[in-house]
Design a protein. Structure first.
Length: 151
């Protein structure tokens, strides 16, 4: 049975929170990748940034519906969600747009579990970690390659 270590990309391109949006877009374009693990100064995984995070910078801003009653303003939608959306759209660095919630796998994880995780979470790549250290990344294309690899 194949494990993540057998198919993962070991030379992982990571970014830091201070990486600019332009630098991130250049990395994605030059290396033809769609996501990158975000690491802190010590190299520990703190999140992930994806093409979707970049694309959200160009979407239309949805102003939340409010009701004004006397001197009160009542939001009919989440004010926090609006603030988060606005921060992403106006972000200048990876720190403004990345997701702190990231699923990871270990090198010993069977690839069937990775396929299940990618399918259920609708993600295209998952960082491979040992502790908090990124040791690889496994993408959908890595799983697809196993279908055509000689036995």
């Amino acid at each position: 049975m194949l494990k993540v270590a057998d198919i993962m990309t070991k030379d992982v391109i990571t970014v830091r929170t201070e990486t600019t949006i332009r630098e991130l877009a250049e990395l994605f374009t030059r290396h033809r990748i769609s996501s990158a693990p975000v690491v802190d100064a010590s190299g520990a995984l703190i999140g992930v940034v994806t093409e979707t995070d970049l694309i959200e910078q160009d979407k239309s801003l949805h102003i939340p519906t409010v009701i004004s009653l006397f001197d009160w303003v009542i939001y009919l939608e989440s004010e926090k969600k609006f603030e988060k959306e606005l921060k992403k759209m106006t972000g200048q660095t990876v720190g403004d747009i990345y997701s702190e919630k990231v699923d990871t796998v270990a090198p010993s994880t069977p690839i069937s579990e990775v396929a299940d995780l990618m399918s259920s979470k609708k993600v295209h790549a998952i960082p491979v970690t040992e502790g908090k250290r990124v040791v690889g990344i496994v993408a959908r294309i890595d799983l697809i390659r196993t279908m055509v690899a000689p036995v």
